[in-house]
Design a protein around this ligand. Sequence first.
Ligand code: COA
Length: 248
Amino acid sequence: MGTQAALELAADKLIFLMNTEGVPDKGRTIHNALTVNEARQVLDKAKKLPEDVTYYLPCAITACTQGVKRAHLISRHRDGALLSELFTREGVGTLITPAPLETLRPATIDDVGGILGLIEPLEREGILVRRSRELLEMEVERFLVLESDGVIAGCAALYPFPEEQAAELACMAVSQEFRGRGFGERLLAEAEKRGKKAGFKKLFVLTTRTEHWFEERGFVDSSPDHLPKSKQALYNYKRKSKVLQKSL
Ligand SMILES: CC(C)(COP(=O)(O)OP(=O)(O)OC[C@H]1O[C@@H](n2cnc3c(N)ncnc32)[C@H](O)[C@@H]1OP(=O)(O)O)[C@@H](O)C(=O)NCCC(=O)NCCS
């Protein structure tokens, strides 16, 4: 009934108030978000689901496959559940969406504002080298972005040095509120994959404060002398950046 009404209204959101907190995962917690495909797998594979989940989850799937952008399964017993679900990033129940909320993709000119918002605080702290909007607009096709629910949560850029069959991984950043969820790792893996596909044999990175993060992910100590010639000319000795590299 609710599902039908949402479809007739071409609703953006459909909210189910249940007796349980959401769709349980394998542990003692609930899934924060599921795509329609993941939700189908839960229905297929989960051994024992609460009765109202077996009732409402298929409704959420139907809604999301027929035009509703989001379906929320939340507890009707929790004070403020609706506000928390709709106005906090994590929410309190389970969100069902037609497609994944996070996408890792090449940046477009429309991402420039989002990338600037992400990197400007790090530029102010001296962690990243400053880039103007104009420069970013010119170089945006070198960037990858990780978008989470419409927000640019992370970025990384690959600058090619074809003569040396090398690429610089630069301007890698994950917004503070998204750190520690593996976004950095995903950006790095994608940059490595793209670098390899483009025929580069090594990736190098210049960093003032993040060497350990890169070392833990296979980068080794190098030096400015080993940088591609044109990069050496631009190396800023005052910044005292560490040069690290990784074979692809
Ligand atoms: C480096 C950075 C991109 C990692 O992003 P992230 O999405 O948090 O990374 P992941 O979730 O994949 O990895 C997080 C892990 O790295 C660790 N980590 C984060 N920053 C680190 C650093 N500077 N040195 C060592 N480890 C670090 C975290 O403690 C966490 O460890 P855990 O999994 O054991 O808890 C992010 O911290 C950042 O934007 N830093 C500022 C910009 C920067 O320094 N860029 C590099 C220069 S180009």
